[in-house]
Design a protein around this ligand. Sequence first.
Ligand SMILES: C[S@@+](CC[C@H](N)C(=O)[O-])C[C@H]1O[C@@H](n2cnc3c(N)ncnc32)[C@H](O)[C@@H]1O
Length: 369
Amino acid sequence: MAKPTQAEETPACYAMVHEGLESVAVDEITRDLGAEVKKAERGLVVFRPRTIGPELLKLRTVEDVYLLAWGTDTLTYRASDLDQIQQWTRKTSTWKTLFRIHQLLKPPLKSRPTFHLVCQMQGKHAYRRVDAAQAMAKGLQGNFPEPWRPVRENAYLEIWLTIRGTTAVCGVRLSDRTMRHRKYKTEHLPASLRPTIAASMVRLAAAEPDQIVVDPMCGAGTILAEQIELASLRRYTGLQTWGGDIDANTLLATQTNLKKLNNSGLARWDATKLPLARHSVDRIISNPPFGIQLGNPDNLVELYEPMIREADRVLKPGGKAVYLVTEGTILRDLIRAKKWIPGKELRIRVLGQLAFLSVWRKPETPESM
Ligand SMILES: C[S@@+](CC[C@H](N)C(=O)[O-])C[C@H]1O[C@@H](n2cnc3c(N)ncnc32)[C@H](O)[C@@H]1O
C-alpha cells in the first residue's frame, strides 16, 4: 500500500484481526478462501479473493470483513492528511460497484436504504477522529444514490475509515456482529474467550477426521464450539470433541452454548485427574485460568503442574496441544520438562493482559521423550 490503491474489477477486501493473530488469519484467507494476501500488519489483512461471495463471511479467525475502497500507508500525522483522505475518498471510482456487491450479499431491502459512516483512529495525529470522519464524508458527497438516508444505528450499509498510525483503510463493511460474536454464543462468562481467538487455537491444533479433541477446562465452551463448527465446515467425519470443567454452573452455560451444535461430550471433571485413558487423546486445546483469576502465582503452579502431568498422560504420542496462558514462562518450563516439542508461539492481548498462545507436539516415540 505505498500509494492509495483503487479497487479493480474484483475489489480487494480487508479483514480486521485481533492483534497478534494475523499469521493465522493469513493462513485461513490463503488456504481456505484461496485469496491472495497483499498485506498483513497490526490487526489488518488486505487480500484479493477470487470471487466475492458469502464464503467471505465464513472466515473464522477474523473479526470483520470489508470491501476495500482505498488504502494507504503514507499518512503523515499532519493535518494535510485530511485533504488526502477527502481526495482519495472522492477519487475512488468504484463506490457504486462496492455498494452493488454489498447489496448482493445482504437480505433484500424492504425500505429506503440507510447508511452510517464510521471512523476509528489510533495514534497521535494532529487532527481528531471527527475531523477524519468529516473528510471522508466530504469525499463521499454525491456518491450515494439520492434516496439514501444517514442514520446512527442499524444502518443497512456502513462505510468505515480505520486509521492506525500512518496506515489507513476505507471501505464498505460486509460482515455484521454475528461474524465476531457467533450465533451459538448466548451464554457469556467473565473469562470467556473471543470466538476468533478460540478459532485460531483450533486452527493451530489442526485436528483431523476421526480424532479426539479435548478442552479440559472448557468454561463457556468457546473452543469446543469452534472445533465443532470447523469440523462441520470441513465435513470431517468421526471427529469427537470432549470438554469438561470443575464448576457445575459453568457447565450449564457450556451446555446452553453447545446445545444446537449437538456434538460434544461434556463432563464435570478436574483437569488434574481426568477420567480418560492413557494416550487416548489426539489434541488438547485449552485456556486455563490466568494468574489474575487465581489471585496468586503460587496457586498457578499448583494448578498447572498436575494439569500438564495429566495432559501428558492422556495425550497420544505425536499428539498436539495448544495453550493460551498469561504466565508463559511457568507453562513453558512445565511442558519442556515433559520433552514436548515447541511449535509456533503468538503473543496477543487478552482481557487487557499480554498472553501467550503456544503450540506443542508430544514426541512420537517414548525413546525420544
Ligand atoms: C479461562 S476459563 C476458560 C474459558 C473458556 N475457554 C471459554 O471460552 O469460556 C478457565 C476455566 O477453567 C476452569 N477450571 C479451573 N480449575 C479447573 C480444574 N482443576 N479442572 C477443570 N476446570 C477447571 C474454570 O472453572 C474456568 O471455567
